[in-house]
Every structure is written in structure tokens, then in C-alpha cells.
Design a binder for this molecule. Sequence first.
Ligand code: SF4
Length: 306
Amino acid sequence: MRVIAEHGRDDLAKVYVAELKDGSRIEFVESLQPPRPRAEKWVNIISTLAGCPMECAMCDAGGGYRRPLTEEEMRAQVEHLARARFDGGKPETKKWKLQLARMGEPALNPSVVGFLDGLGSEGHGNLTVSVSTIAPSGSARFLDDLKIVKDRHFRGRFQLQFSIHSTDESARRALMPAGALSLEEIAAQGRSFRSEGDKKVTLNFMAIKGVPIDAAAVAKAFGADDFLVKITPLNPTRRAQWSGLEPGFDAERPETASALVASFERLGFETILSIGALDENRIGSNCGQYAAEASAPQPREKDWVL
Ligand code: SF4
């Protein structure tokens, strides 16, 4: 792996673009949560695929799909970030968070399980892992294998997030046209994933104008004992623009999401409004914006899904 570009700020977020031996490009990110210093909390966000075959309507990582990354290629991203900041490459920080949430749907790469198993066996007590998935059709086996690794190494330090985005299945199909598990299937997987002492499973809704998010439907399918809700703004990706998607609330005015948040809280859900630093959008650390640059899709009629 050869890092060919880096963008961003040392005190907030930095995106690295790397080229692999076969010429595939990936990107990975270091992120901080000011005012907390790196020694307190250090976040890595890595890619699991080169591109992504899912072509979701809001994500610049879709398109230009090459292949799943090997365990070594995922490891190389973490090592590059660690070597850049810590003597000897050992993350000396109180809370080290590794998110598999950059380019690529992790559930499409079975090597993710072996990669996490290897990392976990090194005994990093400060490491929390976060896997974010849209739960593609056929991902049940991956989630079962992931649970085994979570129970082996990361009990209580593992965050599973399902990005479901809407309670309306036809809207979900429009946003995630390659297909995802139904809400009922996701609920069953999420419940069986949790063991005693584990964090709640997160249900992420990227709020999009005109896309239904019905708290009562979530309560019926999921229940607040095992799941929490995270509301996020639509990221300013080119794909979202080309798909004709508009934000469901104004990220610069969080109060515009209050009614949505309250609808979940009334039903007992722990609900997080996660806006992140707006500066990060300017840096481009939220989406597959840099590595996708070369292979960005041109707008086509079929991209206008909503
Ligand atoms: S949102 Fe996830 S699954 Fe969809 S195209 Fe982007 S990386 Fe792939």
C-alpha cells in the first residue's frame, strides 16, 4: 500500500488516499473529537473494500468497485495511522476507536472477521470496534461470524450499527438498490448479536427530506431494550446531489431535528443526534469523496431515485 495523498487538519480529521498493488485506490481517516486530545480519544475509520458494489443513492463510495481488501490491507491502514502518530506504532491513547465505516460495505468482505480476530488477539484493552453496515441481502452469515469474534475479544467494546435510513421498505430499496435485509430480519440479527454487557445495537437514520422515518414502526420491530437510535444529517456527497436527495433537517440548526428526536424519545429510545463537526464535511472526512474522485459517476436519469 502506498499513500498518495492526504487532506485535512492534524487537530480535527485527516483523510489519506492510498494505492494498492493492483492500482485500486482506497481511503482511510484519522479523526479527533476536540477538545479531547489524541492521548484521550483517537478514532480511525478504514476501508474494507476498494470501492463498493452497493451503489447507495447517498454515497460516493459506490461505483468503481474493484474487490474486497485482504486482512493485510486493512491492517496496513491501521498501521499507517498508528505509525504517523505514536512512537513504535502502538496507540497510546485512553480510547482507541476503530470504525469499519469508510469505503465499502464490511459485510461483503469475509476477511473482516479474520482481521478483527487478529487485532483482538493482540489484547489492545483500549480498543473499541465499530462496524457499520446496511445489512445487505445475504449478510446473516457474516453477522453470525462477527458475533463470535466480538464475544471472543471485544465483549462490551463493540458497536454494531445498522444503517437503515427509513422505515419504508420501498424507500429503503430506492436508497440501497442492491438490496438489504428487511427491518424484521435486521431486528432478529441485532437481538441475537448482543451478549450480556454489550452495548446496544445502533439504528442509524440519515434524515432525508420526504423519506419516512416512523418511530412507532421502529418501536414495533426493534424495541428500546436492545437498540438505540442515531439520527444523522445527509452528508454533502456528489452522489446524494445527483440522486436528487435533500437533507431532512438543517445540520447548522440542530433544533430542526428536535421533533424527530422527540418522536423516538417518547417511545423510550435512547436517541443520539449526531451531526459531527461541520468542518469535517469541508475536509471531506465523512464519505468516499477523495478516492472516488477519479471514478465519480456522471449523473444519469436512473440516479434520481426520490
Ligand atoms: S453506503 Fe455503504 S454500502 Fe452503500 S455504497 Fe456507500 S459504502 Fe457501499
